[in-house]
Design a protein around this ligand. Structure first.
Ligand code: ATP
Ligand code: MG
Length: 473
């Protein structure tokens, strides 16, 4: 494709007059351009930026804004726009006699291009693959989660107005708006990352942006084994549970790895099956060919047009699914999911927020009660017992690591109580010298779990016996 013509029109007026920087020596002519440092390196540099850097950047940024016509710039493709900005910024730097090293200048150019064209100071964080979450609490405070630990960065926005602008740019991609009248908004970045924005006056200290970064290369079950999140025989057990089409609930706290685990378990779905996924924000990446992906829709600015998770799950049942996967169960759709599990859609799965398998089931019960179904508690429990086979509990431990804590079977009802049975448990033994949690995944000595018959129906009896044997207990 030929390069776009150089847009002279984007320049509003001549570059501003030189401003003598007091006491500053004349900038040396720049040496031949060096290769830009790799992304990771850049990030570290950003983290170390000084007050002075921000002051310089503001001066140059303001001069740039005075010089270019942003509306003209918006008509260019991003490479030409970047080139245009770089040319002008280099000119401003030399006219204003700003003293900076070549690498600082490269950094500044990148930063300014990101501000004008992209997500500003967020860009270097978005470019990093090792970050799970980005949490911006107003212009001056940004935290990230790396390796399960939350840490503060030195990333700053010029002011809340710039931050709000970036939030606006993000949500406008999904046709939404954040402002005083609709200060809460969910959106998605082009790369699939999940975004929540809550703006003043609800967020008292400035616009607050939370991003769950989308991982292109999703973790596989083998990765979880390598990280110690589950033992080898534990993973084998999950494989058998997945293959033998048990109905599975994945329970865990925020960011404990529920969606990741769900994604791993969907790996055991046969390629020929028709799978329908329902999510608030499409995160799952199924490898099978026959998958229909559905996504909920929030109400529009006038408050209408909302499509809830329940709408999706109910509709799913009319789409001849073989398995239904619900990204997160948090309301009355629990009822429809159980119905589906109960009526020939074996191997359906969902995640929910709870701290133990037992709590997960009582949450399901209260979701159904609160959904206004007016069913007696016993009937709801019978439904739960009749539909859910296995609960897998995920946790984020105090050292930031993620573990599968329990693989638990739902056995039945005894009187009014649901009887559960752990097949595998993670036992914490202590901490090593680096503060990392040490423990073991152990079997509980169950020789014949309830899903044994299912496993043997799918010809997995021998594998199951072997896995249980290796689990010990
Ligand atoms: N076992 C694991 N080991 C290391 N990192 C993990 C593990 N499981 C998940 N992660 C990472 O943790 C982050 C959160 O995972 P995930 O989205 O699966 O959590 P979640 O419980 O679904 O969160 P939420 O409650 O916000 O929906 C992701 O970046 C993911 O890659
Ligand atoms: Mg999730």
């Amino acid at each position: 494709m030929p390069a776009a013509p150089r847009p002279q029109a984007a320049v509003k007026s001549s570059v501003p007059e030189p401003v003598a920087v007091k006491g500053a020596p004349k900038a040396p002519p720049p040496p031949a351009p060096a290769a830009p440092p790799p992304k990771q390196e850049k990030v570290r540099q950003v983290l170390q930026q000084s007050e002075q850097y921000y002051a310089t950047k503001t001066t140059i940024f303001n001069a740039l804004i005075d010089t270019i016509d942003l509306s003209q710039l918006a008509q260019l493709d991003s490479d030409s726009a970047r080139e245009e900005i770089r040319d002008i910024v280099v000119e401003i730097i030399s006219i204003k006699n700003v003293v900076m090293s070549l690498s600082e200048q490269e950094q500044l150019l990148d930063d300014i291009c990101n501000d004008v064209l992209g997500y500003g100071p967020l860009e270097p964080l978005l470019a990093r693959d090792d970050i799970a979450d980005i949490m911006v609490n107003g212009a001056d405070t940004t935290y990230i989660e790396v390796n399960g630990k939350i840490e503060r960065t030195n990333i700053r926005f010029r002011d809340n107005a710039q931050l709000m602008n970036i939030c606006q740019r993000i949500v406008s991609q999904v046709g939404r708006r954040v402002d005083d009248s609709s200060p809460i908004c969910d959106a998605r970045l082009l790369d699939g990352s999940r975004v929540n924005v809550i703006a003043p006056p609800l967020a008292i200290d400035g616009p607050t942006l939370t991003i769950r970064k989308f991982k292109k290369d999703k973790l596989r079950l083998q990765d979880l084994v390598n990280f110690g999140s589950i033992s080898e025989p534990g993973a084998e057990l999950l494989r058998i549970i997945g293959h033998s089409r048990c109905n599975i609930l994945i329970s865990g706290g925020t960011g404990s790895g529920k969606t990741t685990l769900l994604n791993c378990l969907t790996g055991f779905i046969e390629p020929g099956e028709r799978v329908i996924t329902c999510e608030d924000s499409a995160e799952l990446q199924l490898q099978q060919p026959h998958v229909v992906r559905l996504e909920t829709r929030p109400p529009n600015i006038e408050g209408s047009g909302e499509i809830t998770m329940r709408d999706l799950v109910k509709n799913c049942l009319r789409m001849r699914p073989e398995r239904i996967i619900v990204g997160e169960v948090r309301g009355p759709e629990a009822f429809d999911l159980l119905q589906a599990m109960n009526t020939g859609h074996d191997g359906s799965m969902g995640t929910l927020h709870a701290n133990s398998p037992r709590e997960a089931l009582s949450r399901i019960e209260s979701m159904i009660t609160m959904g206004g179904f007016s069913l007696p508690a016993k009937t709801i429990r019978e439904m739960i017992v009749g539909s859910i086979d296995v609960v897998v509990q995920a946790s984020r431990l105090r050292d930031g690591s993620r573990r599968i804590m329990n693989i638990t079977e739902v056995l039945g009802l005894e009187g009014d109580t649901i009887v559960l049975q752990d097949v595998l448990k993670y036992e914490i033994e202590g901490e090593d010298e680096n503060g990392r949690v040490v423990g073991k995944h152990r079997g509980t000595g169950i020789g014949r779990p309830r899903f044994w018959d299912r496993a043997s129906y799918y010809n997995l009896e021998r594998e199951l016996a072997l896995a249980l044997d290796e689990l010990g207990g």
